[in-house]
Design a protein around this ligand. Structure first.
Ligand code: SF4
Ligand code: SF4
Length: 445
């Protein structure tokens, strides 16, 4: 629930096909309107780096008000927004249906969309967000790619920092020679037809991350669902476009939405649910795509059929009951509530899911990890991202659990780095898990 409001937040479609959306004067007027409301409110002062930058800008100006702030100063405020949606979802009492009609993250997105249209996305940023191309190229030479991008590599990482602006200490995801989809196609899985949910069918939308970087998330989901009688197919028609959304390339996101929605339609007609393995991607399918293409019937149909993986397991538990066989996870779990899981407005489903494991204590950590997709690995942002993630890391350390988990794999890895920086008396785990991996483990996989 949001502070100061009982109404559920409503999001308006993005008017990105209207030329006014990109009009510099109109954007500036809207920024000033919204920033002035935020200046009088300041609830979000500690959520991220955007708001402190905004408030410092205003406080350090001649009049101490927005009227004496030059618009050039707005760009760093926009640049610091990771589109985590936390201000919109948890703090702001002025989001629609309130008459102030304030949607801070989507205004930041509009600014970036205008920058993207003006050709202001850097060459490096463009390369970093090509997740499908990068996944295929790096996957073909996975051992070499992983050696070169390894955090401890003092030969390659300074070079990568120089040419690609990626901080030398930022954790980068691993690549695998065989994608999740290829693995699933190569290995049939036995579905327990006697389980309570037998008869349900799901498409696992692999997501670029599970497909190229973390097939174990997908494999865990397949195992858990098979054990529960759910027949699965793995599909990956392409990336959801979240990396392009971060840079305001809304036409490319729309293209991704059309491609994926067309490819998955036949499954929906055959009674399959669509299950996304990473919350940012589920958020795209369920919410962002319908706001970008509000009149597209296939996108609407897909949104209605889509689940986040943890939401899907909880749905099975509620409707049919989970299959027996879950064993306690010794030492319990400190679970980070990923911002894009929260932004789906479904409650903490990963927590609900892990609480189904007997005798396993789950501590929910609600603060933002600070990672923000490709934002947090950049040279100029990495230290800020660790600072933002510090309160979450502290809460994880305080929970003293054996397992650390986050539905967002990037957030999980970032929090491990934040834990490592807390000092010698804090023992950081080697890696964070996705909650579905922990559930699979509790089933004995
Ligand atoms: S969306 Fe997240 S990062 Fe952006 S302004 Fe809101 S809280 Fe800050
Ligand atoms: S986004 Fe809303 S809650 Fe946050 S500072 Fe602005 S007006 Fe206040």
């Amino acid at each position: 629930m949001r502070e100061g409001s009982l109404d559920a937040p409503v999001r308006h479609p993005l008017d990105w096909q209207n030329p006014d959306f990109y009009d510099a004067e109109k954007i500036d007027a809207e920024l000033r309107r919204v920033f002035d409301i935020c200046h009088g409110c300041r609830r979000c002062f500690n959520l991220c780096d955007s708001f402190p930058r905004l408030f410092d800008l205003i406080d350090d100006s001649d009049s101490g008000e927005l009227d004496s702030v030059s618009s050039e100063g707005f760009k760093p405020v926009v640049d610091a927004c990771t589109l985590c949606d936390m201000c919109f979802m948890t703090k702001c009492p002025y989001v629609p249906p309130h008459e102030f009609n304030l949607d801070f993250p989507h205004l930041m997105l509009r600014y970036r969309a205008a920058e993207a249209r003006a050709g202001k996305i850097s060459f490096v940023d463009r390369q970093l967000t090509e997740t499908d191309r990068n996944g295929k190229l790096a996957g073909a030479v996975a051992p070499l790619a992983n050696w070169a991008t390894g955090t401890g590599n003092r030969l390659t990482r300074p070079l990568l920092e120089k040419v690609a602006d990626i901080h030398r200490d930022a954790h980068l995801p691993e690549f695998h020679g065989k994608t999740f989809k290829a693995r699933a196609e190569a290995q049939a899985i036995e579905v327990d037809r006697t389980a309570p949910a037998a008869g349900r069918k799901a498409v696992l939308y692999a997501t670029c991350f599970a497909n190229y970087n973390s097939p174990s998330i997908g494999e865990a989901a397949r195992q858990v669902l098979a054990r529960n009688g759910v027949e699965t197919v793995v599909e990956y028609p392409g990336c959801c476009g979240m990396p392009q959304l971060e840079h305001g390339e809304l036409d490319r996101v729309a293209e991704s939405a059309r491609t994926v929605a067309a490819a998955l339609e036949r499954y929906i007609d055959e009674g399959y649910d669509i299950v996304a393995l990473v919350p940012s991607c589920a958020l795209m399918l369920k919410f962002e795509w319908p706001l970008i293409l509000p009149d597209d019937p296939l996108v609407a149909k897909l949104a209605k059929a889509s689940f986040d993986i943890t939401e899907f397991v909880v749905d099975i538990a509620k409707r049919q009951g989970l299959a027996d066989g879950l064993k306690p996870l010794d030492g319990g779990v400190a679970l980070h509530f990923a911002c894009h899981a929260r932004a789906q407005n479904m409650g903490p489903k990963a927590q609900e899911m892990l609480k189904l494991i007997p005798e396993t204590e789950v501590t929910l950590v609600e603060r933002c990890s600070g990672h923000g997709g490709s934002w947090g690995i950049k040279k100029e942002n990495f230290e800020v991202a660790l600072k933002i993630g510090k309160p979450a890391a502290r809460n994880i350390a305080k929970a003293t659990k054996a397992h650390v988990a986050s539905e967002c794999p990037l957030a999980g890895a970032h929090l491990v780095q934040a834990l490592e920086r807390l000092g010698d008396d804090v023992k950081a785990p080697a890696a964070a898990s996705h909650p579905i991996e922990l559930l699979a483990r509790a089933y004995g996989y």
